[in-house]
Ligand binder design. Structure first.
Ligand code: ADP
Length: 447
């Protein structure tokens, strides 16, 4: 309220001063018998003074960073004081902003991770030192260029194309040295994005060591297990074997079979984990595969009474036959294992605008909701005792997940305890080929 009151006061003083000047002019004019002339003369001088002040204020405004404000009182003094105050406030905020920017730049520059600011066209606006080093970006030169033109790894292109930035993507760069980068886009503001980059080479190397260890250990275990299983088989058929050994031998054979299954699944998983690259494949006859899977279920000693196959499309699925067969067989095997003989099992294949879908539905024991997110982890079992009793390795769904990942597909699980489960594999449209074109050349591998 203070400036307004002083402005009003200054205005009142100015009005009084104009009136006084006019009066004085009129009095002086009376001396020469021309009061109006006197008044006009004095007002002209007053106007001239105002013009001079206007010029001085204007000059000061233009040079206010170097010059002091004109020393004056009255209306002009108030105006100048207000302008000076606004100017001081602006300078204070500007300084604070600059300081904040500097701190922000210094802290992001010191970050051990790369940060790239992208605009809504994904063009580079700014990047820190680490981003320059990890992604090979050149200061100034690469500003304004689209990030996908500079980071050209296929995994990153697919990540952008998919538009799902919830998780980072790991890309391998081979020049100048081999390095694994974890890249993640984070949306902010009005369409802008942050690209966060970190070097995960160490983790990837450790992961490779772990994979090799599991693969080698499984490989080494295979031969002794084959020998043990062979001897146990011979022993179990030996008529000279003492009766008290019959039960232990049967149990040992069962355990040896379980170990063989675990080793087989571990080896398959290690092979699938060798690379995350997408695989090509050939058009597969899903209907024929489902008929075979149905036969396998019916060949089990115990199986659900009702095993149905619903083929709603004759379209072929493009994939690697051994992998797809293994994934589907694992799902069907689980459904058979975890469903009572009086229950039912259904396999379904259909195609729509979203792609091809293979579902296995059972009326078995179901899975409580809290277990669903962890189901595809290695050795994760809802009921370990039951899984072991059915000869499960605990690796089936991990294999399914990897196979689907390699084919660009997702696994969806819906389940209600004591009612049953549905496991659905969703394949993207490019993995589906209409029946009449099934004989065309196989899809090229994305090596
Ligand atoms: P396992 O060899 O133990 O079956 P999987 O990886 O195939 O291992 O499955 C992991 C766990 O998920 C199983 O132990 C089981 O508890 C649960 N599961 C998988 N499929 C079904 C199903 N159709 N019905 C009920 N539970 C299931």
């Amino acid at each position: 309220m203070q400036p307004l009151r002083s402005s009003l006061q200054a205005l009142a003083y100015a009005s009084v001063r104009v009136l006084a000047a006019a009066l004085l002019g009129a009095l002086l004019g009376l001396l020469i018998s021309h009061p109006w002339l006197g008044m006009a003369g004095v007002l002209a001088v007053y106007l001239g003074w105002q013009l001079v002040m206007l010029y001085r204020v204007e000059w000061w405004l233009q040079h206010r960073s170097v010059a002091d404000p004109p020393e004056t009182r009255g209306v002009w003094g108030t105006v100048i004081a207000l302008i000076a105050r606004l100017h001081r406030r602006k300078r204070f905020h500007k300084l604070r902003f600059v300081q904040l920017m500097r701190q922000l730049q210094q802290s992001t520059a010191a970050l051990p991770n790369g940060v790239v600011i992208l605009n809504d066209e994904r063009e580079i606006v700014w990047f820190n030192h680490m981003a320059g080093r990890l992604l090979g970006l050149r200061p100034n030169i690469d500003l304004g260029l689209r990030i996908e033109n500079l980071v050209r790894e296929p995994q990153f292109a697919r990540y952008i194309e998919k538009g799902d930035y919830a998780n980072p993507v790991v890309v391998r760069r081979s020049s100048p040295n081999e390095i694994f980068l974890s890249l993640q886009l984070v949306a902010y503001g009005d369409g802008q994005q942050l690209l966060l980059a970190s070097d995960v080479s160490r983790q990837m190397r450790l992961e490779a060591v772990r994979r090799d260890f599991v693969a080698n250990a499984s490989h080494e275990l295979r031969s002794p297990l084959t020998v043990i299983s062979g001897y146990l088989e011979t022993l179990s058929h030996d008529p000279a074997l003492a009766a008290e050994f019959a039960v232990p031998i049967v149990e040992m054979r069962r355990q040896a079979e379980r170990m063989t299954a675990i080793v087989r699944d571990l080896l398959e998983l290690s092979r699938l984990e060798q690379t995350d690259e997408r695989v090509g494949g050939e058009p597969l006859d899903v209907e024929a595969m489902m008929a075979l899977l149905r036969k396998d279920v019916l060949a089990r000693a115990v199986h659900p009474r009702d095993v149905r196959v619903r083929v709603e499309s004759t379209a072929a699925l493009i994939g690697r036959e051994p992998e797809i067969h293994s994934a589907f067989a694992n799902l069907v095997d689980n459904a058979a294992k975890y469903t009572a003989p009086e229950g039912s099992l259904e396999m379904r294949w259909w195609v729509d605008a979203d792609g091809g879908h293979f579902a296995v539905t059972d009326t078995g024991i179901g899975i409580p909701a809290e277990h669903l997110p962890r189901l595809t982890e290695r050795f994760y079992r809802v009921d370990p005792g039951r899984s072991r009793a059915t000869g499960g390795s605990g690796l089936g769904l991990a294999i399914v997940k990897h196979v689907l990942q390699r084919h660009g597909a997702d696994l969806e699980v819906r389940s209600t305890p004591a009612k049953g489960s549905t496991f659905t594999c969703h394949f993207p449209p490019e993995r589906v080929r209409p029946a009449q074109r099934a004989a065309l050349a196989p899809l090229a591998e994305d090596a």
